[in-house]
Write a protein that binds this ligand. Sequence first.
Ligand SMILES: [Zn+2]
Length: 284
Amino acid sequence: MPVVGAVMVPHPPLILPEVGRGGEREIEQTTAAYRKAAAWLSGLRPDTLVVVTPHSVMYADYLHLSPGDGAKGNFGRFGAPAVRFEVAYDAELRDEILAFAHDRGLPAGTRGERDAALDHGFMVPLYFLRQAAGVPWPFRFLRVGLSGLSFQDHYRLGQCIGDAAVSLDRRVAVVASGDLSHYLRADGPYGFRAEGPEYDRKVMDIVGRAAFSELLDLPEGLCAQAGECGQRSLLIMVGALDGRVVAAEALSYQGVTGVGYGVATFLPGEMDPGRAYLRKGEGK
Ligand SMILES: [Zn+2]
């Protein structure tokens, strides 16, 4: 069946009290929205969650899906090794996505994994999903990375995810993990650039209206200058919702730490050819 729902979420490790040790209070609004989005997504009863993370292995010209039956990870790098996760991957869905990608000439696959351990872009969403869904996990997972390929190619991989869900009759939900600009404040960790708040304003406006074609049209220069990390995660997510009416809800936005954190939910509805923004396999 078509993708059942999607969320856009950030991945600051400090949002975990075990990592933030009090620092998480600064982004309480984000935490509240994150809990709400995780509960909402879990309530859709997906069979499989496709988590798109910018912090898996990344290649210039190849989109990587994590191989194997599953993976583990923990927050040891962030001083909280006791916060750990283990997930099972949905290999059948992965094979189906890659079959669509191969047919359409999109370079994607499972080769070249450098580190099987789950990254924080994957695990921060898991932290909230586990609170919402409990253990053992009621769903399986896929870990999908980003690449240096075009915005359109990321969107095309999303289309393959949507088509694979239909062809296997799976209830698939997509998690676009990504922070927005890293240049929001002069006193933040990375400093200030005018493009930072400009990018964040535009993205939050676009996602709130589900005006996804505008995401494809954002100038790559603006995204680079804004120092975003989640633009391509979002493009894969919206590609998975290609050709459908989408009810979007922007739940929160915060930039108090100097990095932009946006939370939004997306509920797809009926088919709408006017929202098919790229023909499948086009241009390859
Ligand atoms: Zn990031």
